[in-house]
Design a protein around this ligand. Structure first.
Ligand code: ZN
Length: 197
């Protein structure tokens, strides 16, 4: 997902939350939790490094901890460009994973199209496992909180493979994305040991 879409999504989430809030003059009994997540994926444009840092620091300064889902190649170019400042700014937040190369073909749904479940899990682990390990290493985090599909590139094998591209015993415990093709009654659900949100 590009940054514009990510921002739109957040605005959408906030709008939804807002729509469910009681009227301003009605007493509220319930707290509202808002989750912010950002696809962190532009590894081509160096200016994105600065934009990412600015966003991370803007949130940190306000005491807001968000989830940044890193593409493996984005983590590697941050390391290659010596952007330890960007990495440090991001490390104040929760770090997730957003595929090894995002939209480079074949994407997960393309390379999984002819696979069954078990060979598809193997293919997903083979193609995406290295990127997850790179993100863990570069950010110095013991585990990654979540995996989000790149674009709309979904496959059931990806969820089932999260245990293997993460650190034992739980792997990457959560699958997140906003695509309406990934859902079960609009509510979170468990599949193959991962919480799908
Ligand atoms: Zn994305």
């Amino acid at each position: 997902m590009n940054r514009g879409l990510a921002i739109l999504l957040i605005v959408g989430i906030l709008s939804l939350v807002g729509a469910r809030l009681p009227a301003a003059d009605a007493p509220s009994e319930f707290g509202v939790n808002v989750i912010l997540w950002f696809d962190t994926e532009d590894y081509l444009l160096p200016a994105d490094d600065d934009a990412t840092k600015r966003l991370a620091e803007l949130l940190s300064a306000r005491g807001v901890r968000a989830t940044f889902k890193l593409v493996g190649e984005k983590a590697r170019v941050l390391e290659q460009r010596g952007r330890t400042d960007v990495i440090a700014a991001l490390k104040k937040h929760d770090i997730g994973y957003h595929a090894n190369f995002h939209s480079v073909h074949p994407t997960p749904s393309e390379y999984l199209a002819e696979c069954g479940l078990l060979d598809g899990i193997g293919e997903f682990v083979r193609r995406e496992g290295g990127g997850a390990a790179d993100v863990r290493r570069i950010f110095g985090v013991p585990t990654l909180s979540c995996y989000g599909q790149p674009g709309s590139s979904w496959g059931p094998q990806t969820i089932a493979g999260l245990k293997q591209i993460g650190v034992a015993p739980h792997g990457i415990p959560c699958y997140v994305d906003e695509g309406d093709h990934v859902g079960l009654g609009g509510k979170p659900f468990w599949y193959e040991g991962a919480l799908v949100v």
